[in-house]
Each structure stands twice: as structure tokens, then as C-alpha cells.
Design a protein around this ligand. Structure first.
Ligand code: GA4
Length: 320
């Protein structure tokens, strides 16, 4: 694939995937095109203060540098808390340790405060500053997308993230440097986080400057995404795919650990309230039938937690 190319509606492709400048007025059609063709794009001029990004990264580095026995006090994930190698509860594993947090309750921090004392407060502030800025950007993107799709009101998607009951998740992943011996026995690549799509509406990922993230293109080929610690990478989630009746695609992605450097990533998964019906928006259907059976986010989530990482989770909800 070409390094740089211009598609017919001017989406700039960078290393084969879209790069969107949020400060440019023509970002609307580029965003829609990126969600249709890739379900994935990189965002620059995003308005999130770099300070919030670097402060949270240093808090995360401090946490993951603690002895395993200390970190394990914040685990196992139920589904929130500290996890190591095991992903979910159905047998998936990866070369990764992580922290999974809710975004709108205090309970995670009470758990942390009881384990880490005063340090938990600094951590909590860094998470809150970061998340409120990232959520604002995610909502801005969702509103531009609604405009681009000519849907009204323009907050149809973003209101789900803004809802007090929004079931959103925050995840920090640490991929330790990969021992050469393990790498060799796996043909140079060890799976950090196996391939999957994200179940929610939209995911916003930021990482340090270590590579590893790969996305699957429509033709099934995988491409590596060069890291950029100052930008964000956005994934369309399964729920947004359903709400657009398949027009936007949730992207399959994975992390391989082939680097002697450790990789740190932080991902905000913007989800709807549990009671929300996830169905195609009538104004997008224009006479076409829904591709999906009706379900609530609660029902979908239940099915998600019974699945393996690589499963085609939406398959169960497709109309035949
Ligand atoms: C993938 C996206 C998010 O990281 C996540 C993951 C969740 C978990 O780690 O607990 C799941 C995975 C994710 C989908 C299938 C199930 C549940 C692990 C797993 C094997 C927090 C989410 O919402 O779904």
C-alpha cells in the first residue's frame, strides 16, 4: 500500500490508514469515509492537553513498576482491577498486564485508596483530568460524524457517552519487553493482546512511542500502526456498527509484542447506558431493513463476557 495517497474525497492516508486533522473544517467527510472504509483513524489537533497525557503515563509507569505482589492486591479483575496475562474469563491470554477501571464510579478508587494510600489520590486526579478531556474529544468526533451522516440531533451518539449512566470503561495496558527466547519460538511475534473488535460505541487509544498495534483491513490483511505518543487512534466499536446498520465497520485489531521496549497504552471505551436499545437509527435506513435483531447494551454485554476475544460477537445478533 502507498505511503501517502489521496482518495477521492481527500482523506489523507498515512502509512495506509486515515489521518484526520480535527481543526480542519473539511474533517466531516473524511471522518465518515474513515469509519466506512477502515473503522479506524488517527487524530491530530485533538485539543487534549499533552500535560494530561504525560501525567497519566507517568502515574501508569509508577503503578506497573510496583512489585507483582503489590499490583495483585488490586486484582483479579472482576471485571475491574489489575490483571496479568489472563484476558477476560474464557481462557484468553496475552503478554500483557493491565488495569481496568470504570469511568463513572468511585468504587475503583476506594479499592485503590485502601491499597495504595495517598498515592491513589494523585492517580485518581490524573485519570479524571485525562478522561474528561478524552471524552470531550470523543463526543466532538461523534457529533461531527452525526453531521456527516446528516442525522439529527447531532448528539444522537454523543449523548450516550454523556449520560450519567453511560457504561464506559478505561483500560491501561502494559506490554513488558518481550524476552528474545519467547519471540524466537513464535516466529518473531508474541501476541500481546489477541485480535478482537471492541463492543462499545467508540474507543480512543493513546500509547507511548512503542509499536505493536495492528489493524485488519477490509481485505483481511493486517497493517502495523506506527506509534505516535502525541496523537490518538480511534476505533469504531460494534455498537456504532449496529447503529449505522453496518455502514460504519468495527475494526479488528490486535497488539503484537516484538519490541525490546515496553509498550504502554491507555484506552477509553465509550459505551451507552445498560438499558439503551442498540438498533440502527431510522433516519439512516431509508427503506432498507435492519441487519440486526434488537438488543439492549445489557444483553450485548452479557454475551460479550461469555465470548472469547477473537469471536465474531455481532454474529449472534445478525438477522439471517
Ligand atoms: C475487548 C475491549 C475491552 O478491552 C473490554 C475487553 C473485555 C475484558 O478485558 O474484560 C473482554 C473483551 C473486551 C471482549 C470479549 C471478552 C470481554 C475480554 C474478553 C475475552 C474491557 C471489553 O469491553 O471487551
Amino acid at each position: 500500500m502507498e505511503q501517502f495517497s489521496i482518495t477521492k474525497n481527500c482523506t489523507t492516508l498515512f502509512h495506509g490508514f486515515p489521518l484526520i486533522d480535527l481543526s480542519k473544517p473539511d474533517s466531516k467527510s473524511q471522518l465518515v469515509h474513515a469509519c466506512e472504509e477502515f473503522g479506524f483513524f488517527k487524530v491530530v489537533n485533538h485539543g487534549v492537553p499533552i500535560k494530561f497525557m504525560s501525567e497519566l503515563e507517568s502515574e501508569a509507569v509508577k503503578f506497573f513498576s510496583l512489585p507483582l505482589s503489590a499490583k495483585e492486591k488490586a486484582g483479579p479483575p472482576d471485571p475491574f482491577g489489575y490483571g496479568n496475562k489472563k484476558i477476560g474469563s474464557n481462557g484468553d491470554v496475552g503478554w500483557v498486564e493491565y488495569l481496568l477501571l470504570t469511568t463513572n464510579t468511585e468504587s475503583d478508587y476506594q479499592k485503590f485508596a485502601s491499597i495504595f494510600g495517598e498515592a491513589a489520590e494523585k492517580f485518581r486526579c490524573a485519570v479524571n483530568d485525562y478522561l474528561s478531556a478524552v471524552k470531550k474529544m470523543a463526543c466532538q468526533i461523534l457529533e461531527i460524524l452525526a453531521d456527516g451522516l446528516k442525522i439529527q440531533p447531532r448528539n444522537v451518539f454523543s449523548k450516550l457517552l454523556m449520560d450519567e449512566q453511560s457504561d464506559s470503561v478505561f483500560r491501561m495496558n502494559h506490554y513488558p519487553p518481550c524476552p528474545e527466547i519467547d519471540q524466537e519460538s513464535n516466529g518473531g511475534n508474541l501476541i500481546g493482546f489477541g485480535e478482537h473488535t471492541d463492543p462499545q460505541i467508540i474507543s480512543v487509544l493513546r500509547s507511548n512511542n512503542t509499536s505493536g498495534l495492528q489493524i485488519s483491513l477490509k481485505d483481511g490483511n493486517w497493517i502495523s500502526i506506527p506509534p505516535d505518543q502525541y496523537s490518538f487512534f480511534i476505533n469504531v466499536g460494534d455498537s456504532l456498527q449496529v447503529m449505522t446498520n453496518g455502514r460504519f465497520k468495527s475494526v479488528r485489531h490486535r497488539v503484537v509484542t516484538n519490541s525490546p521496549k515496553s509498550r504502554l497504552s491507555m484506552i477509553y471505551f465509550g459505551g451507552p447506558p445498560l438499558s439503551e436499545k442498540i438498533a440502527p437509527l431510522p433516519s439512516l435506513m431509508k427503506g432498507e431493513d435492519s441487519l440486526y435483531k434488537e438488543f439492549t447494551w445489557f444483553e450485548y454485554k452479557k454475551s460479550v463476557y461469555n465470548s472469547r476475544l477473537a469471536d465474531n460477537r455481532l454474529g449472534l445478533f445478525e438477522k439471517i
